[in-house]
Write a protein that binds this ligand. Structure first.
Ligand code: BDR
Ligand code: CA
Length: 320
């Protein structure tokens, strides 16, 4: 039986790569795409979601979400990584039909989770604002969601501490308050952060081979990744890119690809380490302890990269 997912996203180059994996794999039923600001404005991210949904016949409902974070001022789109309109050199036409649900994403999330208790997996690969707003609107949804899988955060394994700040990963840095609410809520969260995603790499050769063998989807992944690879090459000296958002989808398909660690997770919401994620893994309850009262969540600390790359390639090729 396929996992029914709602994919909460800021497309986004690697978001597009992840959406194609969710669309391709038979273990996933992509029910809806809820959008959020992040890599681009909410308008660009929503247009990109509609464009991808239509271009590849994904058949998902698209729902527009938050335009900015809960409390702090917006960081603004990451144009240096994802380009002017968030999908690199691929620009969704201005007249792309914006065929979206009339509700804001947080209302859609609450309604759908209540309609299908125990059945919905939330996969969130952008700032966590929509999920936090949904929890605020109806805290009970935490008991009705099957699981939440988040691409975000960095816990310092093998030196992976941050990508947009010394101690923060981009999605969490965009809305630390939302992330802290999501990680401390009484639902089952798995966090696929830089500890895993910086240990998996789509080389430029791998992406060339996807273009050669992967039909329309493979060619699109190649096109959309050109801007991303230029950033990786110019700024990081790497010939390829890390596997961020597709890793969250891969976790839903096959959790055995990842090694996880359990413990409550909090987010630093102010000061020089804003956006830093921390997990308490020792069993002690301290006199001053802002972690222990919260549920233990799972953090991915390692990934089987060869199997992940094979899963991704096989899935894209299966689209024909
Ligand atoms: C995350 O930030 C965004 O730029 C990517 O789409 C991904 O979700 C990686 O840190
Ligand atoms: Ca993303």
């Amino acid at each position: 039986m396929a996992e029914t997912i709602i994919f909460d996203t800021d497309p986004g180059i690697d978001d597009a790569m992840a959406l194609l994996l969710a669309h391709a794999h038979p273990a996933i039923h992509l029910k809806a795409i809820t959008t959020v600001y992040g890599n681009g404005t909410i308008e660009d991210c929503t247009r990109n979601a509609c464009y991808l949904n239509q271009k590849f016949g994904m058949g998902a409902e698209v729902v527009k979400g938050a335009a900015g974070p809960l409390r702090r001022s917006p960081n603004g789109p990451t144009t240096v990584v994802h380009g002017e309109h968030a999908m690199g050199d691929v620009v969704a036409p201005a007249d792309t039909p914006i065929d979206i649900d009339e509700r804001p994403a947080y209302r859609y999330l609450c309604d759908t989770i209540n309609e299908q208790p125990g059945e919905i997996t939330l996969v969130a690969v952008g700032p966590l604002t929509n999920l936090a707003l949904a929890l605020q609107h109806d805290p009970d949804i935490a008991h009705k969601v099957k699981q939440v899988v988040v691409m975000g955060g960095a816990f310092g394994t093998r030196g992976h501490f941050g990508n947009v700040a010394p101690f923060a990963e981009a999605n969490i840095h965009d809305d630390p308050d939302a992330a802290d609410r999501v990680f401390t809520a009484p639902w089952r969260v798995t966090i696929v952060g830089l500890d895993a995603t910086h240990e998996a790499f789509f080389s430029s050769d791998y992406l060339d081979a996807l273009k050669a063998d992967g039909g329309k989807a493979g060619a699109f992944i190649h096109d959309v990744s050109r801007f991303y690879l230029a950033f990786y090459s110019d700024k990081l000296g790497l010939d390829g890119c890390h596997v961020h958002d597709p890793s969250a989808v891969a976790y839903v398909i096959d959790p055995t690809l990842f090694t996880t660690r359990s413990g409550p997770v909090r987010v630093v919401c102010d000061g020089p380490a804003i956006g830093m994620t921390l997990q308490k893994i020792d069993p002690f309850c301290y006199a001053d302890d802002e972690f222990s009262p919260h549920p233990a969540q799972s953090v991915c600390v390692a990934v089987d990269e060869p199997r992940l790359l094979t899963l991704y390639r096989d899935s894209i090729l299966s689209l024909g």
